[in-house]
Design a protein around this ligand. Structure first.
Ligand SMILES: *Cc1c(COP(=O)(O)O)cnc(C)c1O
Length: 875
C-alpha cells in the first residue's frame, strides 16, 4: 500500500516564516539624568514565588541580547522568532545553571540519602515556559522580549517537544521530576538520550498512519549539558567464567565494549532554588574505527563497530503496553543493559565519594524501577557487589533487596516483559549466571515454605519453561525489590491478586502497596490554562505559589460554584480555550471548527484496550440517529465536536485500522449537510505533550473508556478534570478515585465492572451469542461500516472481526450502556448552569491528583528520603 503525505496532515507547524527584524528597545531611551529608561524598575524584581537572583527586565534583556550577539553570532537588527527562542533559552539556562550548581553542591555537602528514578522514557515536552515559570521569571521575561519587539507566545512556539517517551509512563516520569524538585527532594532521573524520539505521525489522505523519524536534536538542544568527563565502559557478549575459588565470583571478559557519555538536563523546582538533574546516556564507540579495515580500504568494515555502538541510543522503541513486536529484539535488550549499567556505575561512584562501606549503600541510595525496563539493574548490582567488591552472596542480596523499589504499570499479559534465555546468555552471559543463582536460592525458599507444591514453583520461577525458555522480568523485579507498588488503588489490588498473587502469599502483603499517579499542576493547569489559573488565584485570594504547591487548596473554589458571576467567568474561559483550539486547528490543518458546541475529546495512545473503537462506533451510531431525525428533532439536540488524537505502534495493525476508520468517518460526516451542524469529527495528527496542552483546557467532556481492569491508572483523566472538563469513563484505574473525590454525580460512568470481565470473556468463547441478538444497535453500526458507508468496507473486516469473534475487550457487552451514558452527557450539558457547577466542583476536588502528593508518598513510605533545601544564591 503506498500513500502520499498530505502536507496539511502534520499538526505541527513547520517553522513558517522567518521574519528577521531589528531588536527594538535594544538601545534604551535615556531619562532626564541621562540614565537608561526601562519600563520597570529594579524594585519589581521579586514576584510571587520567586527567590532567584536579582532579576529585572533590564538584566533579562541584557542577557538575551548578549546571547544573540555572542552565542548565536547574530546581529541585533537581524533576528527571527527562532533566533529569539534560542537566545531566550540560553539566557534562561544561565539562571538554571546557577541554581543547578548550588543544588549539587548542597547535596554533596549535606550528603542526604538520595533517590534515583530509572525510566527508559521521559516525555518532557517543551522546557522554556516551564523553566521561566519555575524560576519566577515568566512575567519579567515576557516584558523583556516584548520590549525587544517580540511576542513571548510566538517564541515559545518555536521550541520542539522533547518526546523521549511513548505515553503515560514517560509523562509520569516527567511529572515526578518536576514534583521532586518542587518538593526539594534529592532525586535524580536516569534515562537514555535517544537521537530520535517517538516517531512523527502523518496521516495520509486515505487515513493511513505514516511514520517519520523525530530528529529533535537537529535544532540543537539548549537544555542539556554534555559531560564529556562523565564516561563509563559498558560490556556486551564475551564469556563469563566462574572462579570456583570458594567464592561466587566470576570473570567476565571479551565481547564488545562501548562508552556511555552523560548529558545532564536541568530540572528546576517551582518557586525554589532546588534544581535537580536528569542524566541521559549516549552511546559511543570505545575505539573510533577499526584501523586494520581502514588501512585495507574497507571503509564500511571500518565504521561498522562504531555504528553498532551508536545504534544503542539511536531510537526510542515506539511501543506502549505491547511487547509482541519486541520479542527477542537484541537492540532493545542492549539499550536496557547499557542504561542500567551506566546509571549504576555512576550511582556507585557518587556513593563511594562519601567514604562509607558498601553495607551502608541502602542507607544512602534508593532506586526506583519505572516498570520492568530497568530490572537488569538487579543482577548488575549483584555482579558489582560480588565480582568487583568481593562480597558474599547473601550479603550482596541483602543490599540489593534494600535498595530497589519496583512500580508495576500493567497487568495486561501481553505487556509483561520476558527475555529469551539464549539471547540473555549471548548478550549478558554473566548476568544469566547470576539470574540462575537467584532462581536456585529463591525456589529453595519457596519449596521450604510450600513443600511439594511443584505447580507453585513453576508459576513463580523467574524462568518460564518453553522453547525458548524466557526470563520473567516482573518476577525478578518483584523479588529483587524492597517494595512493589501499582499506580492506582484498583490496579494495585489487581497486581496483588493476579500476576503477583503467589508472591504476596510467599513474602507477605507488607511488601506490596499503592501510590496513585499524579500530574504536575504547574504544566497541566498554570501553563496550559493561564486564564483559569489567574481566576483561581484571584478567587482563592491566595498567592499562586501557595495553591500550586498545595493543590488541595482548590477546595476553596467549592462555594463559588453557587456564584452566578463566577460561573459566567468560568464558562467564558472554557469558551476562549475552545477558540484557541479552533485557531490552532485552523492554522495547522486549515480546518474550520465550530466552537458553539460541546467539545468531546479522546486523546491517548491508540490501543484496543483503550477502546477508541467503541468511541468511533458510538459516533457512527449518533450519525445515523441524526440522519433519521426531522429538522425539528435535530434542533433540540446537543451539538458535538468529537476530537481524537493518538499514535499507534507502527506494527500494531488493528490500532492503525482504527485510525483509518476514524479519519474516513470524519471525511464523510463532516461533509454531510444533513448532520454537519450537529456533529463534527476530527483526528488531529501527531499527538504530543504540546498538543495535549491545547486540547485539554478546551474539553467539556473527555473519554477514558478502557475495558474494566485494563487501564492501570491513566493520567490524562486527571489533566482534563483539573481543567474543569468532566469525565465519561468506565469504572477503571484512577477514574474510580477521581469519582470518589469529585462525587459520582459529577462523572459519567458506564460499562461492566472488573469482576465481571473474566466471566464475560468465557461466555464469548464458549457460549457466543450473535451480535444481532445481543446488541442490535452495535450490529447495525458494524453492518454499515462493513457494507461500505465509509469507503471500502472490506478494509475494516479485521477490526470488525475482533468484535464479532472473541470480542476480548467487551464492546458488545458495553455498547448499550455507553450510548446511554452519552445521552446522559447530552442531557446534562443542555442545563448549562448545572454543567458549569459540575465543572467547578470537579476542579475544586482534584487536589489529590497532584504529583506532589504522589512523590511525597514515594519519598516517605518507600525511599525514606527527606527534603533538603538549597540556599538561594548569595547566601
Ligand atoms: C498524559 C499523556 C498521556 C497519557 O494519557 P492516558 O490517557 O492516561 O493514557 C499520553 N501522552 C501524552 C502526550 C500525555 O500528555
Amino acid at each position: 500500500m503506498t500513500s502520499t503525505i498530505d502536507p496539511k496532515s502534520i499538526g505541527r507547524p513547520a517553522r513558517p516564516h522567518r521574519h528577521a527584524r531589528t531588536l527594538t528597545g535594544y538601545f534604551p531611551e535615556k531619562d532626564a539624568s541621562g540614565k537608561d529608561k526601562w519600563p520597570r524598575g529594579d524594585e519589581k524584581a521579586w514576584k510571587d514565588g520567586q527567590r532567584s537572583v536579582d532579576k529585572d527586565v533590564k538584566s533579562v534583556t541584557r542577557n538575551f541580547v548578549g546571547h544573540v550577539q555572542t552565542s548565536l553570532a547574530r546581529q541585533a537588527y537581524n533576528l527571527d522568532d527562532f533566533g529569539a527562542y534560542q537566545a531566550a533559552a540560553l539566557s534562561t539556562r544561565d539562571d538554571l545553571l546557577v541554581n543547578w550548581n548550588n543544588t549539587q553542591l548542597t547535596y554533596t555537602r549535606k550528603s542526604p540519602k538520595r533517590a534515583y528514578y530509572l525510566s527508559l522514557e521521559f516525555l518532557m515536552g517543551r522546557t522554556l515556559d516551564n523553566a521561566l515559570l519555575n524560576l519566577g521569571l515568566k512575567e519579567t521575561f515576557s516584558d523583556g522580549v516584548q520590549r525587544l519587539g517580540f511576542n513571548m507566545e510566538d517564541i515559545l512556539e518555536q521550541e520542539r517537544d522533547a518526546a523521549l517517551g511513548n505515553g503515560g509512563l514517560g509523562r509520569l516520569a516527567a511529572c515526578y521530576l518536576d514534583s521532586s524538585a518542587s518538593q526539594e527532594l534529592p532525586v535524580w532521573g536516569y534515562g537514555l538520550r535517544y537521537k530520535y524520539g517517538i516517531f512523527q505521525q502523518f496521516i495520509s489522505t486515505d487515513g493511513e498512519q505514516l511514520e517519520a523519524p523525530d530528529p529533535w536534536l537537529d535544532n540543537q538542544n539548549p537544555w542539556e549539558l554534555p559531560r564529556l568527563d562523565v564516561i563509563y565502559d559498558v560490556r556486551f557478549y564475551g564469556h563469563a567464567d566462574r572462579l570456583n575459588d570458594g567464592t561466587p565470583r566470576a570473570l567476565w571478559q571479551g565481547g564488545q565494549e562501548v562508552l556511555a557519555v552523560a548529558y545532564d538536563v536541568m530540572i528546576p523546582g517551582y518557586s525554589t532554588a532546588t534544581t535537580n538533574n536528569l542524566r541521559l546516556w549516549e552511546s559511543k564507540p570505545k575505539r573510533g574505527f577499526d584501523l586494520n579495515s581502514f588501512n585495507a580500504g574497507n571503509y564500511e568494515g571500518a565504521v561498522e563497530a562504531s555504528n553498532s555502538a551508536q545504534a544503542i541510543t539511536s531510537v526510542l522503541y515506539p511501543n506502549d503496553h505491547t511487547y509482541v513486536v519486541l520479542f527477542g529484539k537484541e537492540l532493545r535488550l542492549k539499550q536496557q543493559y547499557f542504561w542500567t549499567a551506566a546509571s549504576l556505575a555512576d550511582i556507585i561512584r557518587r556513593f563511594k565519594n562519601l567514604g562509607k562501606s558498601m553495607q551502608e549503600f541502602p542507607d544512602y541510595v534508593a532506586i526506583q524501577l519505572n516498570d520492568t525496563h530497568p530490572t537488569l539493574a538487579i543482577p548488575e548490582l549483584m555482579r558489582i557487589l560480588i565480582d568487583d567488591e568481593d562480597l558474599r552472596w547473601d550479603n550482596a542480596w541483602g543490599i540489593v533487596t534494600n535498595t530497589f523499589f519496583y512500580t508495576n504499570h500493567t497487568v495486561l499479559p501481553e505487556a509483561l516483559e520476558k527475555w529469551p534465555v539464549p539471547l540473555m546468555e549471548h548478550v549478558l552471559p554473566r548476568h544469566m549466571q547470576i539470574i540462575y543463582d537467584i532462581v536456585l536460592d529463591f525456589l529453595l525458599a519457596v519449596e521450604k515454605k510450600f513443600p511439594g507444591d511443584r505447580e507453585r514453583l513453576a508459576r513463580m520461577s523467574l524462568i518460564e519453561e518453553g522453547v525458548p525458555k524466557q526470563v520473567r522480568m516482573a518476577h525478578l523485579a518483584c523479588i529483587g525489590s524492597r517494595k512493589v507498588n501499582g499506580v492506582a488503588e484498583l490496579h494495585s489490588e489487581l497486581v496483588q491478586t493476579t500476576i503477583l498473587k503467589d508472591f504476596v502469599e510467599f513474602e507477605g502483603i507488607g511488601k506490596f502497596g499503592n501510590v496513585t499517579n499524579g500530574i504536575t499542576p504547574r504544566r497541566w493547569l498554570d501553563q496550559c490554562n493561564p486564564e483559569l489559573s489567574t481566576l483561581i488565584t484571584n478567587t482563592l485570594k491566595l498567592k499562586k505559589s501557595v495553591w500550586l504547591k498545595d493543590l488541595t487548596k482548590l477546595e476553596g473554589l467549592l462555594p463559588f460554584a453557587e456564584d452566578k458571576v463566577f460561573r459566567a467567568k468560568w464558562a467564558a474561559i472554557k469558551q476562549r480555550n475552545k477558540e484557541r483550539l479552533a485557531h490552532y486547528v485552523q492554522t495547522t490543518l486549515g480546518l474550520t471548527i465550530r466552537t458553539d458546541a460541546m467539545f468531546d475529546v479522546q486523546i491517548k495512545r491508540i490501543h484496543e484496550y483503550k477502546r477508541q473503537s467503541l468511541n468511533i462506533l458510538g459516533v457512527i451510531h449518533r450519525y445515523f440517529t441524526l440522519k433519521k431525525m426531522t429538522a425539528a428533532e435535530k434542533a433540540k439536540v446537543n451539538r458535538r465536536v468529537v476530537f481524537f488524537a493518538g499514535k499507534a505502534a507502527p506494527a500494531y495493525y488493528i490500532a492503525k485500522l482504527t485510525i483509518r476508520l476514524i479519519v474516513n468517518v470524519a471525511r464523510i460526516i463532516n461533509a454531510d449537510p444533513d448532520t454537519k451542524e450537529y456533529l463534527q469529527l476530527y483526528f488531529l495528527p501527531d499527538y504530543s505533550v504540546s498538543l495535549a496542552e491545547v486540547l485539554i483546557p478546551a474539553s467539556d467532556i473527555s473519554q477514558h473508556i478502557s475495558t474494566a481492569g485494563t487501564e492501570a491508572s491513566g493520567t490524562s483523566n486527571m489533566k482534563f478534570c483539573l481543567n474543569g472538563g468532566l469525565l465519561l469513563g468506565t469504572v477503571d484505574g484512577a477514574n474510580i478515585e477521581i469519582a470518589e473525590e469529585v462525587g459520582e454525580n459529577n462523572v459519567f460512568f458506564f460499562g461492566h465492572l472488573t469482576p465481571a470481565v473474566e466471566d464475560l470473556r468465557y461466555q464469548h468463547l464458549y457460549h457466543p451469542v450473535p451480535i444481532e441478538e445481543k446488541c442490535p444497535a452495535l450490529a447495525e453500526v458494524i453492518n454499515q461500516v462493513s457494507t461500505g458507508a465509509f469507503g471500502d468496507g472490506g478494509v475494516y473486516e479485521p477490526l470488525l472481526n475482533t468484535i464479532r469473534q472473541s470480542d476480548y475487550y467487551l464492546l458488545t457487552d458495553d455498547f448499550d450502556s455507553y450510548i446511554a451514558a452519552l445521552d446522559m452527557v447530552d442531557e446534562a450539558y443542555l442545563d448549562k448552569e448545572e454543567w458549569v457547577k459540575k465543572s467547578i466542583r470537579t476542579t475544586a476536588k482534584m487536589g489529590k491528583f497532584s504529583s506532589d502528593r504522589a512523590i511525597n508518598e514515594y519519598a516517605e513510605s518507600y525511599w525514606n528520603i527527606e527534603p533538603t533545601s538549597v540556599p538561594p544564591e548569595g547566601y
